[in-house]
Design a protein around this ligand. Structure first.
Ligand SMILES: NC(=O)c1ccc[n+]([C@@H]2O[C@H](COP(=O)([O-])OP(=O)(O)OC[C@H]3O[C@@H](n4cnc5c(N)ncnc54)[C@H](OP(=O)(O)O)[C@@H]3O)[C@@H](O)[C@H]2O)c1
Length: 418
């Protein structure tokens, strides 16, 4: 075991938890936090620090330049300063543990280059995806002799809390967003959560581990839809299908070795393992050749679950001497994922002959209609046979040009069968 003198960036929700777990709950002779860097030294903290061992600083370089510190915990967030700190620390041979999924997803390839160029550098990041669920360790170790066909996850507690409230209480989107903000689940600017960007960062990281390569060209190319357009009507339709709605990130191996990575709300049938994940919980279902479908569930965020993952990483790194660089083979992406889709199409008014007209449009795009769920004076809702995303997009664009079209955009989501 390597003894770690730790310099920690961040003394907030996660940093406070890491400090308590390392210094109070399981004190160990070979691990101690000797410096904490924060932005504001005068801010009151909600955890006690032992001043005889640990000092505070607001100067990020004072940790990097301190040769007695051989390990960095980055629980500060952001993609600018945090990147410089992690890269510099790795180059100096300091072990690094981070919880920063935004940074990893955006700068994965640069970090891998630094790891490759510095074979003794060690980087661990369990806490970056699904907080307390050890999904990174599982993907790094449990599937080495297996072949993963898909990874599907509820990786954002805020949106899962909101969707659960909408499903269980029939609440409207705006109302549950306010509730989530009041409870501290959602930020004042909720964009990263509700538009799926947070899930996108996480599924990019999971897909790279699952398929042993790197996504080249930035996360923006990953199809990403959030939950802000979901209405009570969609939940009413989901109930008719004995299903609920979840925001899921998916990484699926396609024929020819391509990988489809995408984020979308999905109709999840109640027998599917993800349907029962309620509130702020997270879950990841991994399907593989040898194991079939395995579901890993647990708390996706929060002080102690997230800190627990950071601390587990510290113990793992202290016991290992191996480099942690991943394969830099580029993953070939196929954004055109396939499945059966739910489509809710807004209409201006109830219109005679609409079923026939939609049938004609669908046929032109090669989309089979499995069932017509509802036809009201507001909207028209259908379930398709298996088809590709591009076909559904083409059909919806065409429907929007018809004389019966309403003003709003069509909403479509894939269906996850149980
Ligand atoms: N919270 C969770 O449940 C959770 C779960 C998984 C992953 N994460 C990740 O963990 C990281 C930290 O999250 P958190 O919830 O602990 O955040 P937080 O409560 O806002 O704490 C951030 C800490 O970083 C410090 N900091 C920010 N910018 C700094 C700068 N430029 N220089 C020095 N210190 C700076 C802040 O200092 P001041 O206190 O002085 O402002 C604060 O102590 C993020 O990357 C987040 O995505 C969080």
């Amino acid at each position: 075991m390597t003894s770690f003198n730790i310099g920690m960036y961040g003394g907030g929700t996660v940093g406070g938890g890491v400090y308590e777990l390392i210094m109070k709950n399981s004190p160990s002779n070979n691990m101690k936090i000797t410096k904490i860097c924060v932005r504001d030294l005068n801010k009151p903290r909600d955890f006690q620090v032992d001043g005889s061992i640990t000092s505070w600083t607001a100067d990020p370089d004072s940790i990097l330049e301190d040769d007695s510190i051989n390990c960095i915990v980055e629980v500060m967030g952001g993609t600018g300063l945090a990147k410089r700190i992690i890269e510099t620390a790795l180059k100096k041979g300091k072990a690094v543990v981070t919880a920063n999924k935004a940074l990893l997803a955006e700068h994965w390839n640069e970090l891998q280059k630094v790891l490759k160029a510095n074979p003794k550098a060690r980087l661990a990041w369990e806490a970056a995806v699904c907080g307390g669920i050890p999904i990174i360790q599982i993907l790094q170790t449990a599937y080495q002799g297996d072949e993963i066909s898909s990874v599907t996850g509820i990786c954002n507690g805020t949106t899962n809390f909101m969707l659960t409230q909408m499903f269980q209480h029939g609440a409207a989107y705006d109302q549950v967003l306010k509730e989530a903000q009041g409870l501290g689940y959602a930020e004042v600017d909720p964009t990263a959560d509700v538009e799926g960007h947070d899930v996108r960062a996480k599924i990019v990281l999971l897909s790279q581990l699952a398929y042993g390569g790197s996504i080249v060209g930035g996360v923006e190319q990953i199809p990403c839809k959030g939950i802000s357009k979901i209405t009570e009507d969609d939940f009413a339709y989901a109930r008719l299908l004995k299903a609920t709605i979840k925001l899921v990130g998916t990484a699926r191996r396609m024929e020819g070795g391509k990988v489809s990575v995408y984020v979308t709300p999905a109709i999840v049938e109640e027998r599917h393992a993800l349907a029962s994940i309620d509130g702020a919980g997270n879950a990841v279902v991994v399907e593989s050749k040898n194991l079939g479908a395995c579901a890993y569930t647990g708390p996706g965020a929060g002080r102690y679950p997230t800190a627990n993952s950071v601390v587990a990483d510290l113990y793992r790194l202290s016991a290992s001497t191996t480099a942690a660089a991943a394969s830099d083979d580029a993953l070939t992406l196929d954004p055109n994922y396939a499945g059966s889709f739910y489509i809710r199409f807004p209409v201006a008014k109830k219109h005679a002959g609409i079923v026939g007209k939609i049938g004609v449009c669908a046929e032109q795009h090669g989309v089979g209609i499995r069932s017509v769920l509802k036809n009201t004076d507001k909207d028209f809702c259908v379930i398709t046979e298996d088809c590709q995303l591009s076909q559904v997009e083409g059909l919806c664009a065409d429907l929007a040009k018809q004389d019966f079209a309403g003003n709003d955009e069509a909403l479509f989501m894939p269906i996850l069968s149980g």
